[in-house]
Write a protein that binds this ligand. Structure first.
Ligand code: GLP
Length: 275
């Protein structure tokens, strides 16, 4: 894991945006690889998280795109991490509607390139399997943006989730419903069920980029990065990934025992290395 303690939310957003733009410029596939013809790569496949943590990054990317300084997003496809079950179609808080409004519409991505798990009630039993197949058919996710829940959840994989899980239906923890009540009227209005990529799905992405800001995330970040690998802290699964980058502002990094070491390592990073 590469843990990068930065000063502010804006620093996190800028570095995350730089990393995503570099990938989009490079195209699909892992950093050193070429595609089958050895020439032009396919457009990148991005995994997107909702929640407030990645919003400053999305805004930064859209602002650069509008200013004409960003890369071309032509052909880029995106896959959401998760989706609520039981919201009426077109509900503004559905994660697909949210990601289009907050991000992909601003990049000019057509809706057919923006994917999420399908919460149609009658198709739920096969929704997980179909979503996994869609991701595989797209060539897998090149870079997965992640936030972290205050209880250590990743996507909607609540504590206790199998570390090998794939996309499936889950029941939300009360803490998450309370946290997410700000997007709805009250905790009671937050759906109980969700579809979510599993921790095993997330581990298949080629690069994981977790952004966490604010003191409310400090305990979850410390448990994920420096605690044991355990289903009790689903985000600790990042420790198993060969290329996981964790961008933190100062308050989110405040409970890391090795914070100074991570900063030293980042400061001493060779310029050619990138994230
Ligand atoms: C939500 C989402 C996660 C998100 C997390 C943190 O419930 N399903 O993908 O990372 O909780 O949200 P926030 O960034 O708003 O704190």
């Amino acid at each position: 894991m590469e843990v990068v303690p930065l000063a502010t939310v804006d620093d996190v957003a800028r570095l995350a945006a730089d990393t995503i733009e570099a990938l989009v410029r490079r195209g699909a596939g892992s950093a050193g690889s070429r595609d089958a013809t050895g020439s032009t790569r396919a457009p990148a496949v991005l995994g997107l998280a909702t929640g407030s943590s990645p919003l400053p990054t999305y805004r930064e990317l859209v602002a650069r795109h509008r200013a004409g300084t960003g890369p071309s997003y032509a052909g880029v496809r995106t896959f959401n991490l998760d989706e609520y079950v039981g919201l009426p179609p077109g509900h503004p808080q559905s994660y697909l509607a949210t990601i289009r409004r907050e991000f992909t519409d601003g990049l000019g991505l057509p809706p057919e390139q923006v994917h999420g798990p399908d919460p149609t009630p009658e198709d739920l039993p096969t929704a997980g399997e179909r979503y996994e197949a869609e991701i595989v058919a797209a060539g897998g996710i090149d870079l997965q943006i992640l936030g972290i829940g205050s209880d250590g959840h990743l996507a909607f994989n609540e504590p206790g989730s199998s570390l090998a899980s794939l996309t499936r239906i889950k029941t939300l923890a009360e803490e998450t419903r309370r946290d997410n009540a700000r997007f709805f009227g009250s905790p009671g209005d937050v759906p109980r069920h969700v579809l979510t990529q599993g921790l095993g799905t997330i581990l298949r992405a080629r690069h994981l980029l977790l952004v966490a800001t604010g003191e409310g995330k400090a305990d979850a970040v410390a448990a994920a990065v420096e605690g044991p690998l355990t289903a009790s802290c689903p985000a600790s699964v990042l420790q198993l990934h060969p290329h996981a980058t964790i961008l933190l502002d100062e308050p989110a990094a405040s409970r890391l025992a090795r914070r100074d070491h991570y900063r030293d390592v980042y400061d001493a990073k060779p310029a050619w290395q990138g994230l």
